[in-house]
Design a binder for this molecule. Structure first.
Ligand code: NCD
Length: 297
């Protein structure tokens, strides 16, 4: 895998092989050592779990990793991102993990980075978050491996969610039985790549095996001010009551970070159906599989 940019670049076999490899790492704790490789983390947008997850994944594979301090980097002196990547490549760095608030930045950099550099997308704007989709699917398969019979419901700001976008692509690729995206009208996307839309939480959750709750992106709400938080909560929050619309024992997921008491109540986030922390755990193994696949190419 030359670069890891989005789910659509993968075949079903490749996606399943990455997930299988992540399960292998989790089960065996047998980690190969890739000391000759090296990774740079470039997070132009805030992140806790994804950045640390990639860093830890690299360290567990004995891959030297540098976290580029972008606040104090030469980009503050006007250096372009492409030049930063070429500079890192000249130092011998082999992989760059990139998160950016603009869509398709990792794709653009992949075109200009040169032969010996590999780009990994850790989230580009509202477009894609492919490592999150894989770790979410790994977490689902751990409990419910029969994907063709599964109903997954996603609730929240679907329109602006790279998590929802990549999950649609992966659900299509792996043949998830049913994918329902639940959102109020302003947060409904114009088009879906898989699944169907509804604005009714009760109808959408009905019979769901998995409920994925998305974060209310307050930073965007404040900027665009087109949806009332209390109103959103009243109709779309995942509470003990609304969770009961889903199948008994349905898995509760959230990519994090969580706004407790906004899109999800604490007793649901911390309840027995929640696998939110398993998602975080699995994320490290999933990223190990991704770094290995890209690094070995
Ligand atoms: C998501 C992201 O940043 O895309 N979080 C994550 O990567 N775990 C979701 C979000 O920020 O809402």
């Amino acid at each position: 895998m030359r670069h890891f940019l989005e789910i659509d670049q993968l075949t079903e076999t490749e996606a399943l092989a990455l997930i299988e490899r992540a399960f292998f790492f989790k089960k065996t704790k047998a980690y190969p050592a890739y000391r000759q490789s090296s990774v740079a983390n470039l997070f132009y947008e805030n992140s806790t779990r994804t950045r640390i997850s990639f860093e830890l994944a690299a360290l567990q594979l004995s891959i030297p990793v540098v976290n580029v301090d972008l606040q104090h980097s030469s980009e503050q002196k006007g250096e372009s991102m492409a030049d930063t990547i070429r500079t890192l490549s000249a130092m011998g760095i082999q992989m760059a993990v990139i998160r950016h608030k603009e869509e398709y930045i990792p794709h653009t950099l992949a075109k200009t980075c040169g032969e010996s550099m590999h780009i990994i997308n850790a989230g580009d704007g509202t477009h894609a978050h492919p490592s999150q989709a894989l770790l979410d699917m790994m977490t689902i398969m751990e409990k419910k491996p029969a994907l063709a019979g599964l109903k997954i419901a996603v609730v929240g700001d679907v329109r602006h969610s790279r998590v929802a976008n990549s999950l649609q692509c992966l659900s299509a690729l792996l043949g998830i039985g049913e994918l329902v995206l639940i959102a109020p009208e302003p947060w409904q996307p114009v088009a879906l790549s898989y699944g169907r839309l509804t604005s009714s939480l009760q109808e959408g959750l009905s019979g769901a095996d998995v409920v994925m709750c998305l974060r209310v992106q307050r930073e965007r709400l404040l900027a665009e001010e087109h949806l009332d938080l209390d109103d959103y909560r009243k109709h779309y929050a995942l509470t003990r009551k609304t969770l009961s619309y889903a199948k008994k024992g349905a898995m509760v997921m959230h990519p994090g970070p969580i706004n407790r008491g906004v899109e999800i109540d604490s007793d649901v986030a911390d309840g027995s159906q929640s696998v939110i922390l398993q998602q975080v755990t699995n994320g490290v193994f999933m990223r190990m599989a991704i770094l290995e696949a890209v690094g070995l190419s």
